[in-house]
Design a protein around this ligand. Structure first.
Ligand SMILES: NC(=O)c1ccc[n+]([C@@H]2O[C@H](COP(=O)([O-])OP(=O)(O)OC[C@H]3O[C@@H](n4cnc5c(N)ncnc54)[C@H](OP(=O)(O)O)[C@@H]3O)[C@@H](O)[C@H]2O)c1
Length: 249
């Protein structure tokens, strides 16, 4: 097993990519802290599935964009496990509006959930990891955070993910050599949300992708596993998009 006893916090793991990553990391021996803001039922289901399969996991409900919630979550982790080895900042959400429709609050909401949560959790984890001179921080960016592939209609999300990518590379410089910091930038990854879209919209996404298919959540989880164990890599944004960026860059 590649992650035996590694204490791993995965934010936004009550469903989708985070859920798949929590299950894969647990299968590889990690003790996983599952987190989400609203979906405690989903979080507890993920924990049940992991523990039923012989793995180790707990659920902590917390809003990663709220400093007090984040402090409380880290206090629980330290009380129960004494440390944290891997942090995956995966929590995020994209809300659709045209630029003119967006309010200042919409921009704040997108940056809170997608960017400031990443900053707050990383800061808490950094204190613990620097003290022991080891640790890994992984972030979920997006193809929408790349320079030329942001999307109209989800502009605040695109900008927030661009901030996540820049934060990743800059933090990697500041925390080296003790802590490695990397990100995965997923393309169209088929989570339950995609079931709500029309066949035409989904066909359009596939058309924009060279491999002519959706990415599966477990394929993003595999990318996180690789980066968690790749000792030579820091400051990398690993794009997993079936060639979307090649076609649209
Ligand atoms: N699916 C894609 O095509 C795709 C592509 C590129 C990037 N991404 C990114 O991948 C990540 C996971 O998304 P997903 O597609 O797997 O969607 P998802 O199934 O909706 O998962 C989003 C997760 O984020 C959590 N979350 C959102 N805001 C939070 C907050 N403030 N505090 C704590 N947890 C919060 C949600 O928790 P609750 O539901 O419990 O509140 C949920 O567990 C996101 O960062 C997303 O932007 C996805």
């Amino acid at each position: 097993m590649k992650l035996q006893n590694k204490i791993t916090l995965i934010t936004g793991s009550t469903s989708g990519i985070g859920e798949a990553t929590a299950k894969l990391f647990a299968k590889e021996g990690a003790t996983v802290i599952v987190n989400g803001k609203n979906n405690s039922k989903g979080g507890l289901n993920v924990v049940n599935e992991i523990t039923s399969a012989g793995g180790s996991a707990i659920f902590i409900q917390a809003d990663v964009a709220d400093q007090k919630n984040v402090d409380g979550m880290f206090e629980k982790i330290i009380k129960q496990y004494g440390t944290i080895d891997i942090l995956i900042n995966n929590a995020g959400v994209a809300r659709s509006k045209t630029f003119l429709e967006t309010t200042y609050q919409d921009w704040l909401n997108e940056f809170n959930d997608n960017f400031f949560g990443t900053v707050l959790c990383s800061q808490r984890a950094t204190g613990i990891m620097l003290a022991k001179k080891s640790g890994v921080i992984l972030n979920t960016s997006s193809i929408r955070g790349n320079l030329h592939t942001g999307r109209e209609g989800i502009m605040p999300y695109s900008a927030a993910k661009a901030a996540v990518s820049n934060f990743t590379t800059t933090l990697a410089k500041e925390l080296a050599p003790s802590i490695r910091v990397n990100a995965v930038a997923p393309g169209f990854t088929y989570t339950p949300y995609y079931d709500t879209l029309t066949e035409e919209t989904k066909k359009g996404f596939i058309e924009k992708t060279y491999l002519k298919r959706f990415i599966q959540p477990n394929e993003i989880a595999e990318a996180f596993l690789y980066l968690a164990t790749a000792e030579a890599i820091t400051g990398e944004i690993l794009v997993v998009d079936g060639g979307f960026t090649l076609k649209n860059g």
